[in-house]
Design a protein around this ligand. Structure first.
Ligand SMILES: [Zn+2]
Length: 171
């Protein structure tokens, strides 16, 4: 992540802490830097181990959770509830989130879609200032499609032949 982006998000955090008379503990700034050094999605535990192992800054899960919630409210971070897991993502310089999600393996991929960004930009919303959006496109990834096709073929073979033999051939 660019230094200018990190400087900008630190300034936002500065402003918030000053406005609300909170102390500027180094903890929140270190967590913010760690978040902005990660490319893409991360879980709370991934962030925890990054802080502990790479930055030599162990933080409890409770502290991380509270800090992430603060960053969510400041829109420095977005939270995704993907199948079976909650993931976070730094979002200061990227307010348009388009993701494709495989409903079989749960794989999440970020997609670039200038058409959708333009369409949302052009939407007229009453008494509302747009700041960003999140879009999830659900479907089946190519790897899972191949597996599904193989399984269908296997089922056809099993109907006429010995089941165990077919499974061994598959391996
Ligand atoms: Zn998949």
């Amino acid at each position: 992540m660019k230094e200018s982006v990190i400087a900008a998000v630190e300034r936002l955090l500065d402003n918030y802490l000053e406005m609300n008379n909170h102390r500027k503990t180094p903890e929140r700034y270190t967590i913010l830097r760690a978040i902005y050094s990660i490319n893409g999605h991360f879980t709370l535990d991934e962030l925890k181990s990054r802080l502990a192992q790479e930055m030599d800054f162990p933080v409890s899960r409770a502290t991380l959770y509270n800090t992430l919630n603060l960053f969510l409210s400041l829109r420095l971070v977005v939270r995704h509830r993907f199948q079976g897991s909650t993931k976070y993502e730094a979002c200061y310089d990227n307010q348009s989130h388009c993701h494709q999600i495989c409903t079989i393996c749960g794989k999440v991929t970020e997609i670039k879609s200038p058409e959708i960004i333009a369409a949302v930009d052009n939407m007229h919303l009453k008494r509302f200032r747009k700041d960003g959006f999140t879009l999830y496109v659900y479907g089946v990834c190519s790897t899972c499609q191949i597996k599904l096709t193989k399984r269908k073929k296997t089922v056809k073979v099993i109907k006429g032949k010995n089941k165990n033999k077919t499974e061994n051939e598959q391996r």
